[in-house]
Design a protein around this ligand. Structure first.
Ligand code: BLA
Length: 517
């Protein structure tokens, strides 16, 4: 009897999706020794696709499948080192088999093998709504001129849907914990909306995210198509062909089951990578199988790259503006400090105060037991207790400490969520006699998930297979306790400001020393 039983979600992260031992059946795959060009593995659909049986080509040269002229060009490309970047494969169109059918050939080197993919091209690409370069150009222009992230995401979803013909396209952004949020959406009317919903990190496990950071896109033509098995010589080597960069790689069967539960057949995910980091995915959904031509896939990738650049540009523009504003405040504070007898008062009285430096709602200075505050902060005695806790618990070499959820760290935080759910603290001096603190209140509110994020991952006890969740029902979570997070530059700016204050304090200490001498 089979039952569903909760399992450790890390099982999902152990599935070796880069060596699935199969490809999607709309393409044939050959794995070749790059030195000898002899075929060490091929997919079992080679006979249907190219008219040659796997048994007749395994162990033989690449010319057992491909025309001599193509083999010569490929050999040359390998020899001159032209294929060393796996995301920039060799491409050409070849005619194969008795019917001289047209194939898109793609070849890249990875893990010591030349991976050759052969995709049968449609006779009439226009039947598949092939996108044009002009269309992609217009899309790039629209995305580049989008004034906000929300506008850019909406434009990207619209344009990619128009180009690829998917029924629903989502712009999916990862958060710091790798949960995701559908930021933008474009869809046909009768397909349910997923806009604004969040999805837990376990929906896209770590090894998949790592692979998606390297390989630009996945297109599943038909979720239910039986994959073509990779055959190898020796047979056991079939599971060693690394298909990380193969666009025809068969996707995880567990994920395909998830897609079935979500009502998706043909699908797409294009990686949005900014500065080498996987920012998110452009996800495509179709209720029936859906084929996208190689040309259109390439153009959709280009438009996605434009989106990634715009995302990065908008984020750095905003960070730049905020940093400029912080610099202005810092200069005003340091000028005031230089002329002040009382450093503590100079930081917390008048305008601007220390709180304005980092977009905080409150700030405090703790100086050898004395506390001064500006804006909304916990009471002075609580600031004193917090300072003592930081002195005892921060590693000696750390100058700054930042959290958006102080209650996770400090037992005294619970009573002060209305002023100090977020804390950024920086020691002025290595002796830890002076401390600067910035506070932010909790942001209470609700977050809508596409299904209960706390639900356990289940496995079938009889077959020992993972059962992806079935429910994508809207599930509303009350969020309490967390503040607006501190940006990385704000943590650096706090440490930098503390160092500048240290200079002033030290100079004054010297002045005092000189007077008393
Ligand atoms: C992969 N999971 C994925 C992918 C997406 C999602 C987009 C990328 C593959 C693709 O192109 O389709 C998740 N899809 C979503 C989400 C939405 C969506 C959140 O449309 C929302 C709109 N998945 C599970 C569990 C496991 C799991 C429990 O839910 C673990 C056993 C695994 N997901 C899983 C794996 C992959 C994946 C292994 C990699 C698939 C591959 O590339 O081979």
């Amino acid at each position: 009897r089979s039952r569903a039983e909760p399992i450790d979600a890390s099982v999902c992260e152990r599935e070796p999706i880069h060596i699935p031992g199969s490809v999607q059946p709309h393409a044939a795959m050959l794995a070749v020794d790059p030195d000898t060009l002899s075929i060490c593995a091929c997919s079992d659909n080679l006979a249907d696709m190219a008219g040659v049986a796997p048994a007749d080509v395994l162990g033989r040269g690449l010319d057992a499948v491909l025309p001599d002229a193509v083999v010569v060009r490929l050999r040359h490309a390998v020899e001159v080192g032209g294929l060393t970047v796996p995301t920039r494969p060799w491409r050409e169109t070849v005619r194969l088999g008795p019917e001289e059918r047209c194939f898109a050939l793609t070849a890249h080197l990875n893990d010591g093998r030349l991976v050759v993919e052969l995709e049968m091209l449609p006779d009439r690409p226009e039947d598949f709504g092939a996108a044009t370069a002009a269309q992609a150009g217009d899309a790039v222009n629209r995305i580049r001129s989008a004034p906000t992230l929300a506008d850019a995401a909406a434009a990207c979803a619209d344009e990619i849907r128009a180009m690829t013909g998917f029924e629903r396209v989502l712009v999916y952004r990862f958060d710091a914990d790798w949960n995701g949020e559908a930021l933008g959406e474009s869809k046909v009317e009768d397909y349910p909306s997923l806009l604004g919903l969040r999805f837990p990190a376990s929906d896209i496990p770590a090894q998949a995210r790592a692979l998606y950071t390297k390989a630009p896109a996945r297109f599943v033509v038909d979720r239910d198509a039986v994959p073509a098995a990779v055959l190898a010589e020796p047979a056991a080597a079939n599971q060693t062909v690394d298909l990380t960069y193969a666009y025809s790689r068969a996707l995880s069967p567990i994920h395909l089951e998830y897609q079935r539960n979500l009502g998706v057949n043909g699908s797409m995910s294009i990686s949005v990578v900014a500065e080498g980091v996987l920012w998110g995915l452009i996800i495509g959904h179709h209720r029936r199988p859906h084929y996208v031509t190689p040309e259109t896939r390439a153009l959709a990738g280009l438009v996605t790259d434009a989106f990634a650049l715009r995302v990065h540009e908008l984020a750095s523009n905003q960070a730049w503006r905020e940093q400029q504003a912080a610099l202005t405040v810092q200069n005003a504070l340091l000028r005031r400090l230089a002329g002040a007898d009382d450093v503590v008062a100079a930081l917390t009285e008048g305008a601007p105060t220390m709180a304005d430096l980092l977009n905080a709602t409150g700030a405090a200075v703790w100086s050898e037991g004395r506390v001064a505050t500006a804006g909304a902060t916990p009471p002075e005695h609580a600031v004193g207790e917090l300072a003592a806790w930081l002195a005892a618990n921060m590693p000696a070499e750390r100058r700054a400490f930042a959290t958006a959820d102080l209650s996770e760290h400090w037992a005294g935080a619970a009573a002060h969520a209305d002023t100090a759910a977020g804390l950024l603290a920086a020691w002025v001096d290595p002796e830890r006699r002076h401390l600067l603190l910035w506070f932010r209140p909790e942001v209470a509110g609700t977050v809508a998930w596409g299904g209960d994020p706390n639900a356990k991952v289940l496995a079938d006890t009889a077959t020992r297979t993972v059962l992806p969740r079935r429910s994508f029902e809207r599930w509303v979570e009350e969020r309490r306790g967390e503040a607006e997070p501190w940006a990385a530059w704000q943590v650096d700016a706090a440490a930098g400001f503390a160092a500048a204050v240290e200079g002033v304090v030290l100079r004054q200490g010297r002045k005092i020393a000189e007077l008393s001498a």
